[in-house]
Design a protein around this ligand. Structure first.
Ligand code: 6GU
Length: 227
């Protein structure tokens, strides 16, 4: 999978080189390139934004600059992900779907956003017929200063689903058998008693049917408590 990230703070994305993702890149499973949006400006001040038409607070990112950054990155199959708090809420199903894409572009805007014509332009039939799809995505109901951290959250969730990226593929198999896509029961390891708190007896029983039943109950209880 090829991943391009465009940002005015490219250094902000340096954690992508660490840990499992760093290894996935060395082994060639994933290739991540971070691009500096300001390289695509053409004025002395490297301007990337301007005041909104119609008035109001904040600044809006310039469509020409984004167009120049995006055009050369388009491939025969590209999912362009525009990060915005107004987008569709990211979830595990979306992570699974994006993990099957050959090319992702993450467009990190500041929170006031990118001129909407960028989304409109790359959503036209011309691009759709070239298998270029635009998605506006948010990672949750709160406002961040920019899309960079949201892009890192999505890249971590997506890439760990690519075969060969995760150290322990068994946890993926177990996740996919869980219909919510993730594990919600409480976990315990050694020692058998810690600060007076014992590990639940059932987990020491060796009765796998009863253990599975107990874990389902615990997960249901947690899911209810989190509502
Ligand atoms: Cl994708 N961007 C910003 N700026 N804030 C967010 C977000 C994205 N998702 C949740 N909050």
């Amino acid at each position: 999978m090829k991943i391009d990230v465009i940002s005015i703070f490219p250094e902000y994305l340096s954690p992508l080189q660490l840990s499992l993702l760093g290894k996935a890149q060395s082994s060639g499973i994933v290739e991540i390139t971070v691009h500096d949006l300001r390289k695509h400006t053409n004025d002395n001040h490297n301007t990337v934004d301007d005041t909104p038409y119609g008035g109001g607070a904040g600044m809006v990112m310039l469509p020409e600059v984004w167009g120049r950054a995006l055009d050369p990155l388009m491939q025969p199959e590209t999912d362009l992900i525009v990060l915005t708090p107004a987008g569709k809420r990211f979830n595990q199903k979306m992570a699974e779907s994006y993990s099957k894409s050959s090319h992702l572009i993450f467009a990190c805007g500041r929170y006031e956003g990118i001129d909407d014509r960028v989304r409109q332009h790359y959503s036209t039939n011309e691009y759709q017929s070239r298998d270029i799809r635009v998605h506006e995505v948010s990672i949750g109901d709160y406002v961040l200063g920019g899309g960079e951290v949201a892009a890192m959250v999505m890249i971590e969730a997506i890439t760990r689903l690519i075969p060969g990226v995760l150290g322990n593929p068994e946890s993926l198999t177990e996740e996919s058998h869980n219909d919510e896509g993730y594990l919600e029961y409480p976990n315990f390891t050694k020692p058998q008693e810690w600060r007076g708190i014992p590990v639940p007896e059932i987990l020491l029983s060796g009765n796998h049917r009863e253990i599975a039943k107990w874990r389902r109950q615990q997960a249901d209880k947690r899911a209810k408590d989190n509502l």
